[in-house]
Write a protein that binds this ligand. Structure first.
Ligand SMILES: Nc1ncnc2c1ncn2[C@@H]1O[C@H](COP(=O)(O)OP(=O)(O)OP(=O)(O)O)[C@@H](O)[C@H]1O
Length: 502
């Protein structure tokens, strides 16, 4: 069916969805998109309609609800802002129509269009934005002015941007942020700046409230962009911006890590051995972007390096088939919850439903690394350990899906242990499996769903430990997960067009 026919069909189905802008020109809110039909004969002088200032455009086309950014009536002008595909990206575009001044039916039509376009996502979010000009290939500043700012402004978001000037600034900004003035903090960088933001919130006396009130969002401008891949389902800057504009708040598990007398919040991963070294020991290859992780991993896997350790674990689910069963049940549960409602509690919902409320960080469930490990923890022999990789989300970078059954809010972490002395051909096969989604199935990896673990190095004086990709001192540590402690913005798959736009 061509669009004009679709539009006529739409008119017959629901008159309230139709906005007549001429005798034979219409705008129609269909079930999944906005249909635009502008008759050539009615826009000869270009007074009725223009697109991006061009008064000559006429014809019929459609815009998925997901791409509608904003609509408003300014006196006799109906303005519709939307994100239009442009090569690999989306860019801000504007349609303008002449209508009757301050017309009530136009106002009602706009309300309907915005309801369809945002569903239960909060429109016009108030965003604190951190841009790290040093991250990745140092393009974040350019990306902000080319894509991020125009899209956010077109969507009517209220934005307050700062460029970070040094490491650690993300912590102090989050620590001092007026959490009543914003809905979200959008990090335009790699995963490191998001780590700082969570840790800044963690330092506050009202840490729990800050972590619930301010949703963290990520636009992928760094060399490690795992968070954006998990939340926005994209590594593209403009599409991630759109996913955040149309995104929905969700609680996300956070991990509390104790080391010495320090406590660190982790949202993505904890790694030692090869997984940590291939990231942290390749800083000098930063110019390569995400390729540096691949190169780092390959060189170590082929060298058969081992990193002996003592590891004890609080197991949640044992065995790959039970883990997959849990994953599938949770996905089904989430889908039916989404069908019912996606309600947006102003504090990010799930405010300690089943646990007592604490204004600061919640108390540790299993003590610190300085306490004796609980008796029911399982000790895993790890004399030949190559990699310890513990993840809270599925993707660790844009295309490395290490933790296929990881869920952002199930109160569990996924732990991978891999021997370091694998035969070289097996190690290479395993490496290939990282990018084709068969990694989880490989018999070469031990996979556990856990609630907590402790790692102590054996016969190693120095080495690398990475928390969310950031280096921490080479000392024993203990980690435990807290369900829904943080809040993030995630793509809203319920809005028609969301899945085709990413
Ligand atoms: N202006 C700046 N100059 C130098 N470092 C900065 C600046 N702003 C922030 N940083 C630091 O840069 C670190 C890495 O940033 P980020 O994760 O955003 O980028 P990245 O390129 O992905 O880096 P990485 O691969 O190390 O995670 C962060 O820990 C942050 O503290």
């Amino acid at each position: 069916m061509d669009l004009a026919a679709k539009a006529r069909n739409g008119i017959q189905q629901a008159d309230g969805n139709l906005l007549q802008i001429g005798t034979s020109s219409w705008l129609v809110i269909s079930s999944s998109e906005l249909l635009v039909c502008v008759d050539k004969s009615e826009n000869r002088d270009g007074r009725k309609f223009c697109i991006n200032g061009n008064r000559k455009t006429t014809g019929s086309w459609s815009i998925p609800f997901y791409n509608i950014l904003w609509a408003e009536l300014l006196q006799s002008e109906l303005i519709i802002q939307y994100a239009a595909p442009s090569g690999q990206d989306v860019t801000a575009n504007v349609l303008k129509f002449s209508v009757q001044p301050n017309c009530q039916s136009v106002k009602e039509w706009i309300t309907k269009l915005l309801d369809c376009s945002y569903r239960d996502s909060q429109p016009r979010k108030r965003a604190k934005i951190l841009v790290n000009p040093h991250s990745g290939r140092k393009k974040a500043r350019g990306m902000f002015s080319k894509f991020i700012e125009p899209l956010l402004r077109a969507a009517g978001c209220i934005i307050d941007m700062v460029e970070t000037t040094h490491a650690g600034e993300g912590i102090s900004i989050a620590e001092k942020l007026d959490i009543d003035a914003f809905d979200t903090i959008i990090v335009c960088s790699g995963d490191g700046l998001a780590h700082e933001v969570f840790n800044g919130f963690g330092k506050r006396p009202d840490a729990n409230r800050a972590l619930k009130k301010i949703a963290v969002a990520h636009i992928p401008c760094g060399s490690g962009n795992g968070l954006s891949r998990n939340l926005n389902h994209t590594g593209n800057v403009s599409k991630a911006t759109l996913a955040i504009i149309k995104g929905v708040r969700k609680p996300m598990d956070l991990v509390l890590v104790t080391q010495g007398d320090r406590i660190t919040l982790s949202y993505l991963s904890q790694a030692t051995g090869m997984a940590a070294e291939s990231d942290l020991a390749t800083e000098y290859l930063r110019w390569m972007g995400e390729t540096r992780f691949v190169l780092g991993f390959l060189t170590r896997i082929l060298a058969k390096k081992v990193y002996p350790a003592e590891i004890s674990v609080k197991i949640a689910i044992e065995g790959k088939s039970l883990i997959m069963e849990h994953y599938e049940n949770e996905i089904e549960k989430q889908a039916s919850e989404n069908m019912c409602s996606n309600s947006q509690h102003p504090l990010g919902c799930d405010l300690a439903k089943d646990e007592p409320y604490h204004p600061g960080l919640p108390p540790l469930k299993y003590g610190t690394i300085n306490d004796v490990a609980p008796e029911d923890w399982v000790v895993v022999p790890c004399d030949n350990l190559g990699t310890l990789y513990c993840g809270n989300l599925a993707y660790m970078s844009t295309d490395a899906k290490f933790f296929r059954p990881a869920l952002h809010n199930d109160g569990m972490m996924d732990l991978i242990l891999i021997d370091g002395n694998l035969r070289r051909c097996s190690a290479l096969q395993l490496f290939g499996a990282m990018t084709d989604d068969t990694f989880f199935d490989s018999p070469l990896i031990q996979y556990h769903k856990i609630r907590a673990f402790r790692w102590t190095p054996k016969n190693q004086d120095s080495g690398y430990i990475s928390i969310d990709g950031e280096s921490v001192p080479f000392e024993p540590f203990q980690a435990e997960v807290h369900k829904g402690l943080g809040t993030v913005i995630m793509i809203n798959r319920q809005i028609p067009g969301a899945l085709t736009s990413i």
